[in-house]
Design a protein around this ligand. Structure first.
Ligand code: MN
Length: 479
């Protein structure tokens, strides 16, 4: 890996934020002084770590305060400086960000485990105050994972597991796909080193074998789009190693994973996505049940694209992903895309989007208000938010995200408290089912309500899966 120096950071800043180089240099000098004499396990001076974190943030075109906070992020924990000092020497915003990523002080905890839960809670709930805290934390974790080879084997496994359990879901939720997939691969490398190597070798072989087929398709599609004057850019995209591992683990065979190699086709506007789809289908035979419209039905983390799998050269199946350039940026960077698009207003827009468009955010706030105990909070978030999901439809076709194991009771309360309280029955895919039916992906769920109903029965609490529904049932029965 390349050794990052201050000039590398300055070079990126020059591209998108040249007015703010002065304060960033000052934050670097400040952190360098404070960390002087401290070294990482790799033997490098400690400052190399915050510098790398700031560099990762600058690659996302983070705003000035976030980059400075990246440089200063370990100063409260590891040096004698206080939050007030940072507020005085820089600004309140930077001080709040640094404080947000700093672990809680070691006192007041009866055990190391208690402190871990408290810190994990602090990280997760940081998103409700300022999502940039999580993004700095993700950059911090990414650099620590990239340099994990210097830690003991026990530490490596412990960190890799925590990364999979906490940081990968957070990266997924804010749509930071690139960070998510790198964290997944780095974790797998330490958790299952043999498996990682085996998949890596196979993947290389598949890429080699598929090169001709994909090259032919890329050239043909490009020519067809140019003929129709559709501005475009086409890239070959391969699934990350962890993505392949997950599918193999689900029982799929390598040869059945059709999106292992994919063509990513970016065009200028939405209308042209659908024209491109038509052009591809008229040239290559589509596999009928492999078409997905994530433009109309966008994923719950804002991802949008059309996916279709077609027969390429020699009958090889190839997935094509069609989206606009803008959708592609969101696919790679998620919420952090606003740093580029909205400059100074980015932070407020991110926070507003989280509240209004991200279903997990509301659930997180609920869980946070319901569980005072840190351990219970962390376990609940893991089970309910960071676990596998099911996606089901309302009768109108809206997509609702629920944790795996959710029942129609959870669905009803997620829609609205009154619907939950007056539910008397439920149809799933036009069939009447019991209310403790376990919802499956793509189920169409229609709740039958009756204003004269006596309200939720007490045993629904056991039949509900989410803490939100359970809480609402308890609220009702208390009245
Ligand atoms: Mn750090």
């Amino acid at each position: 890996m390349k050794n990052i120096v201050l000039d590398d950071l300055v070079r990126i800043l020059k591209e998108y934020n040249p007015e703010e180089i002065e304060i960033v240099r000052r934050a670097y000098d400040y952190a360098s002084d404070l960390h002087a004499g401290q070294y990482r396990q790799s033997g490098e001076p400690y400052i190399s770590h915050p510098l790398n974190v700031a560099y990762i943030l600058s690659e996302l075109h983070a705003d000035r305060d976030t980059v400075c906070a990246g440089l200063l992020h370990d100063t409260l924990e590891d040096t004698r400086i206080t939050k007030e000092d940072i507020a005085h020497d820089f600004n309140q915003n930077i001080a709040d960000l640094v404080d947000g990523v700093t672990k809680l002080a070691k006192m007041n905890f009866s055990s190391k485990q208690d402190q871990n839960y408290a810190n994990t809670r602090k990280i997760i709930t940081g998103i409700t105050e300022d999502v940039r805290i999580i993004i700095i934390k993700l950059a911090d974790r990414l650099h620590n994972m990239r340099t994990l080879q210097f830690k003991s084997e026990f530490k490596q496994k412990e960190n890799a597991l925590e990364t999979m359990e906490i940081f990968v879901p957070l990266a997924y939720y804010i749509g930071a796909y690139r960070i998510k997939s790198e964290l997944e691969d780095l974790s797998l490398q330490y958790l299952k080193p043999d498996m990682y190597k085996r998949i890596e070798e196979k993947k290389l072989k598949i890429e080699e074998d598929g090169a001709e087929c994909l090259g032919e398709m890329l050239g043909t599609i490009e020519r067809l789009l140019n003929d129709k004057n559709i501005p475009n850019e086409i890239k070959v995209r391969t699934k990350n190693i962890y993505g392949i591992y997950k599918r193999l683990n689900e029982g799929h065979r390598l040869s059945d994973i059709h999106d292992l190699l994919a063509l990513k086709i970016m065009v200028d506007e939405v209308e042209n996505c659908y024209r491109t789809l038509g052009i591809i289908h008229s040239q290559y035979h589509p596999v009928n049940n492999k078409f997905k419209d994530y433009i109309c039905n966008s994923k719950t983390n804002m991802y949008q694209s059309l996916h279709t799998t077609v027969f390429g050269l020699d009958g090889r199946l190839v997935q094509t992903q069609i989206r606009t350039f803008k959708m592609d940026k969101i696919a790679s960077f998620g919420l952090t895309v606003y740093w580029d698009a909205e400059k100074g207003k980015a932070r407020d827009i991110m926070q507003k989007d989280l509240k209004e468009k991200f279903q997990f955010f509301q659930s997180l706030m609920e869980i946070n208000s319901m569980f005072g105990d840190n351990q219970q909070f962390v376990n609940q978030v893991k089970n309910e938010l960071f676990s596998d999901k099911v996606y089901v439809y309302t009768p109108k076709g809206d997509i609702i995200e629920l944790p795996k194991g959710a029942t129609p009771i959870d669905f009803a309360y997620k829609l609205n408290t009154d619907i939950g309280n007056t539910m008397v029955g439920v149809f799933v895919n036009d069939e009447y089912v019991p209310i403790d039916y376990i919802l499956q992906n793509k189920d169409r769920v229609r709740i039958v309500t009756d204003d004269l109903s006596f309200g939720p029965r007490d045993d629904w609490k056991e039949k509900a899966h989410t803490s939100y529904a359970k809480q609402k049932i308890r609220d009702f029965n208390r009245k």
